[in-house]
Design a protein around this ligand. Structure first.
Ligand code: G3P
Ligand code: CA
Length: 281
């Protein structure tokens, strides 16, 4: 794939830094995203949620508690209030998942790491000479405080932003909620869309492919350890014209096994490891 002067990796499996590479830097922050660029990833994965004043902020959970020193639901706070939270508060280097105190050291506490707005991330991305793709997950999960069954609330804010930054070529939009992704695809078919499923709620890779196909989406993204995720599934998806990009593939052994299935890319908290393996399989 050509984009400007840069060539995006297009064979052998691209590497997507989950939440910016959450094992290396505080997840979903500009610090993590800049580190992912330094590593040379092909893609940065990030999550967005709506604030009380209708801004998209980059955070995985619907609450502030797990990753910051603040407490409460993201949707009840304004962007200005959220800006005061310390996004590195619970980060422990080397740990893929931040968690309130597990006795580990948190060396980046109090160093000014903030939850970015999506606008800030897009502004930063626009300054990069050779930017990686951004894979933006619209967080819309049944049972969470901000769940939107119709699925259009965040898309209504996201799409004009992406259009303003003219980013269709270097963007993927993902969601676990098919109506959200369907709304994105309907409104802007030029944006590549990636459907997520999880076997933790009984969804199989085969179900993922069915939703992906029904919605006219581009990328099938089941969890790599779904029971039916194997080479036959990857071949089936490819025959249907869909790319396959599983998550979240963290150990070297799993990365090696997953790449050997012929996937188009993988999403990982340890992108440095996957980049190394891709060079020296
Ligand atoms: O990109 C897929 C992955 O991010 C989905 O899982 O829960 O980390 O957003 P989660
Ligand atoms: Ca995500």
């Amino acid at each position: 794939i050509q984009a400007g002067a840069c060539t995006l990796h297009s064979s052998g499996g691209f590497v997507s830094a989950h939440r910016g590479g959450a094992a290396y830097a505080p997840e979903n922050t500009l610090l993590a995203f800049a580190n992912a660029v330094r590593l040379g990833v092909d893609e940065i994965e990030l999550d967005v949620q709506l604030t009380a004043d209708g801004e998209l902020v980059v955070i995985h959970d619907d609450t502030l508690d797990r990753t910051t020193d603040c407490s409460g639901t993201v949707g009840a706070w304004t962007l200005a209030q959220i800006r005061a939270c310390d996004a590195a508060y619970w980060f422990a280097p080397g740990q893929a998942t931040t968690a309130p105190d597990t006795g580990l050291a948190h060396p980046l506490r109090g160093t000014g790491v903030r939850i970015p707005s999506l606008r800030e991330v897009l502004d930063w991305h626009a300054t990069l000479p050779c930017p990686p793709r951004l894979s933006i997950e619209i967080k819309n999960i049944p049972g969470e405080t901000n769940f939107d069954p119709v699925g259009t609330r965040s898309a209504d804010v996201l799409l004009p932003l992406l259009e303003a930054y003219a980013l269709a070529e270097r963007i993927v939009v993902q969601s676990f909620w098919p109506p959200t992704l369907d709304a994105v695809k309907r409104r802007n078919p030029a944006i590549r869309t990636q459907l997520l499923t999880t076997s933790s709620t009984g969804q199989t890779a085969t179900m993922n492919l069915a939703y992906t196909t029904a919605g006219g989406h581009d990328i099938s993204a089941p969890n790599f350890d779904a029971p039916d995720f194997d080479a036959a599934f990857v071949a089936l998806a490819h025959a249907a014209g869909k790319a396959v990009v599983p998550y979240t593939v963290d150990t070297a052994r799993d990365q090696q096994t997953t790449l050997a299935l012929g996937v188009d890319g993988l999403i990982t908290n340890y992108p440095g490891c996957a980049l190394h393996l891709r060079q020296r399989p």
